[in-house]
Design a protein around this ligand. Structure first.
Ligand code: PLP
Length: 459
């Protein structure tokens, strides 16, 4: 069909993130105009279920008037002030108090940022800063994981463990290393139990630390459940074993809760679901249900004291963004956390999650689906050419991307993640009926994709 006026203007002007720029010139954008609840509407008025909560972030859905009002009220009061050089404002203070009260670490202080990437960039700089303070300037390496996603700034893209974020960017930075992902479907060896896999991965992490020299390794960073890397749910004992290794070599734990935080897995933080005891925590996205860009780094007392020590020596902590703790974003985040508590968002997630997981796992029988996995209200379908051997399609066939495109035609937004995986992450406010409608639309898209695969002889 001919491109709309908006689409033509987009092609002529907008340089899109994470987009095949060549293809975009032909296909143009999907222009979304408005939203209500779990639904969004494009510029032709067509309705979609936002099965990805935007980018894993709009937990309270769209059109929440309380959040609109919180933003407007703060803009009327004081639209901007900052936290530099000891200035402060009440939304930042209140939000820091709220985060401290619920954080999964022994929280001491909160540093505000505007995104997940900025949070993880800040984590890297804090780790370096702290180890200077502690008089061990060589202990600065950070271990992340293949398939982990931690953002796109120079340091956070280095932490990210996906090829697209490194190739052509001369990344990762030296001193940022990647160990294997805990991906049972893809990495369990013949006869290996989940517990054996967890042990093997912890052993290989330990071997990496010993190879590098424990005196050079400062921190480990992980998402409790990997999101963009394919919604990868680790074996139950994995983090316990990883933490035992880290403890042996005095290595800090950075917990990236940018997707898992605020109820996604049915616990306030993913750390609680897996027994993770982090030193430092990154949050963003659902912190404001994406009504405003805001994130935070929540550090423990030990990290805070080391930072105080170092700033005493050199005169300042030389890091921060103009919008660190933006008052409008902070006010909206405070209101978001109030709503999570008042409306018992955890109760809601745990009430509807069984229906979500039942419909999701039923798709494991579909000829295109090698594994259907999920937890809380996040899930994924791992697309395979051959269910018995787990053989993937040729990546050039981009079958998951085709499924996402067909789902869009069916009125459902899902996301094709790395490794031919279809990800699902609906707003947390989704009802059981809406879950049913979401999976009906997804099933129609999968059936059409199967017909397309057969028609093109892609197996
Ligand atoms: N960390 C995780 C776990 C994420 O999923 C993301 C984004 O998807 C980020 C960090 C980066 O966040 P942002 O895109 O807000 O910079």
């Amino acid at each position: 069909s001919p491109l709309s006026n908006l689409a033509v203007r987009d092609i002529e002007t907008v340089l899109h993130p994470y987009t095949n720029l060549d293809k975009h010139r032909q296909t143009g954008p999907l222009v979304l105009e408005r939203g209500k609840g779990i639904y969004v509407y494009d510029s032709t008025g067509k309705q979609y279920i936002e099965g990805m909560a935007g980018l894993w972030c709009t937990s309270l859905g769209y059109g929440n008037e309380e959040l609109v009002e919180a933003a407007a009220e703060q803009m009327r009061r004081i639209s901007f002030t900052h936290l530099f050089a000891g200035k402060s404002h009440d939304p930042a203070i209140e939000l820091a108090e709220k985060l401290k009260a619920i954080a999964p670490n022994d929280a001491s202080k909160v540093f505000f940022v505007s995104s997940g990437s900025e949070a993880n960039d800040t984590q890297v700089k804090m780790i370096w800063y702290i180890n200077n303070a502690l008089g061990r300037p060589n202990k600065k390496k950070i271990i992340s994981r293949h398939r982990g996603y931690h953002g796109v700034t120079i340091a956070s893209a280095s932490l990210t463990g996906l090829p697209a974020n490194h190739a052509d960017f001369d990344l990762p930075l030296p001193g940022i290393l990647h160990t294997d992902a805990p991906h049972p479907y893809r990495s369990r060896q013949d006869g290996e139990s989940d517990a054996d896999l967890a042990t093997r991965l912890a052993d290989s992490l330990e071997a990496m630390i010993l190879r590098e020299g424990p005196e050079t390794v400062a921190a480990f960073i992980a998402e409790p459940v990997m999101g963009a890397g394919g919604v990868i749910i680790p074996p139950a004992t994995y983090y316990e074993k990883v933490q035992a290794v880290l403890a042996r070599y005095d290595i800090l734990y950075i917990d990236d809760e940018v997707i898992c935080g605020f109820g996604r897995l049915g616990t306030m933080f993913g750390a609680e679901a897996f027994g993770i005891r982090p030193n430092s925590v990154s949050v963003a996205k659902a912190l404001s249900s994406a009504y405003q860009p805001i994130g935070a780094v929540i550090v423990d007392e030990g990290m805070y004291q080391a930072m105080v020590e170092e700033s005493r020596k050199i005169g300042t902590f030389g890091h921060g963004y103009t919008y660190s703790g933006h008052p409008v974003a902070a006010a909206v985040a405070c209101k978001t956390l109030d709503i999570y508590e008042r409306d018992n968002i955890l109760g809601q997630v745990n009430r509807v999650s069984p229906t979500f997981l039942k419909r999701l796992t039923a798709l494991g029988d579909h000829p295109l689906v090698g594994e259907a996995r999920g937890m809380g209200l996040i899930g994924a379908l791992e697309i395979v050419a051959d269910k018995a051997t787990r053989r993937s399609f040729d990546p050039k066939s981009a079958v998951a991307a085709k499924i996402a495109a067909l789902a869009e035609e069916e009125g459902l937004i899902v996301r094709a993640a790395f490794g031919d995986i279809v990800a699902l992450c609906p707003p947390l406010i989704i009802s059981e009926d809406e879950i049913g409608e979401m999976f009906d639309r997804l099933t129609r898209a999968l059936d059409r994709a199967e017909a397309w695969v057969s028609g093109q002889s892609l197996r």
